[in-house]
Design a protein around this ligand. Sequence first.
Ligand SMILES: Nc1ncnc2c1ncn2[C@@H]1O[C@H](COP(=O)(O)OP(=O)(O)O)[C@@H](O)[C@H]1O
Ligand SMILES: [Mg+2]
Length: 346
Amino acid sequence: MAAVRFDNVVKRYGPVSVIEDLSLEIKDHEFMVLVGPSGCGKSTALRMIAGLEDVTAGTISIGDSVVNDLQPKDRDTAMVFQTYALYPHMSVRENLGFGLKMRKTPKAEIDRRVNDAASILGITPLLDRRPKLLSGGQRQRVALGRAIVRQPAVFLFDEPLSNLDAKLRVQMRAEITKLQQRLETTAVYVTHDQVEAMTMGHRIAVMNAGRIEQVGTPLEVYDRPATIFVAQFIGTPPMNFFPAKVRDGRLEAESFSIPLGRSIPSTDVLVGIRPESFRGSAAQIQAKVELVEMVGHEAVVHLRAGEIPLIATYEAHQAPKLGETTALGVDVARMHLFDKSTEKRI
Ligand SMILES: Nc1ncnc2c1ncn2[C@@H]1O[C@H](COP(=O)(O)OP(=O)(O)O)[C@@H](O)[C@H]1O
Ligand SMILES: [Mg+2]
């Protein structure tokens, strides 16, 4: 097992810069999730660890070694892809053992590792089947098994659950998390799904356009998003935003003015409030209910305050009714303030 480090890594395709100055340390035994929208460079970053893409500048290290010039097969990583990439003409057993066979592992050792992995993943009864006779979830388990048998220093996952239906995705998410807890192998997991990131990662790195915007535990990132981008990307329903001004120690928005309780230079800000955070009594926003979505345990209520659309969540039985005007409580302690020009947290 090993730590993984990016030091000032740059990746360009010709003139196009895809990764800009990426530095990140993934600790030994850590489950790190790279999360961000499609095209932000997640797969490229992962493929550079595996050696499937070379690095334009900077270094990537696994353990104590810089691996920039190592062949993929010499890097001791195992990757699980979105498309399971199983060999159709081989049985599950052969698929699991193939990588080891290529590395000239003795047959008895292959058998032992394949049987162990199959047992961990609950696929022992499937060992003699061909992939085409398996369900999507079973195929994904085989793809995981193929990574496990290698006993690599680092697992690399590239959106491995994207092809599964919603229910199976939630189940496999928990299985992969438990698997990593059990094996303690360092893992780098790429996804565009912020719920996957929040639920699986020891830490998450939120990426945007080839850069890391923030690295932290899921709760750190949720509670103190460093930028407007992170605040918008993490959390569902998403954080509400509206413009305001900081003047003489007060926050002045269209519908309220409250003391900030800390000294901030006068500036234009965006105020962010999570849908569950319209509580408190410092001030109120009058808002008209435009839509009520009953989710079961809670109601997601869409409102409008003047021109500003807002979403607030309520305990299901306490939600205001469609067409009503209701008062949303706001409190400085539950607000996130971002500088309008730098887009950074204040
Ligand atoms: N071989 C390539 N040549 C040129 N551009 C590429 C190549 N591979 C990826 N890209 C570009 O790099 C960016 C990042 O891609 P990728 O790492 O696959 O993003 P993600 O996995 O976050 O969706 C995208 O804009 C993509 O079009
Ligand atoms: Mg990708």
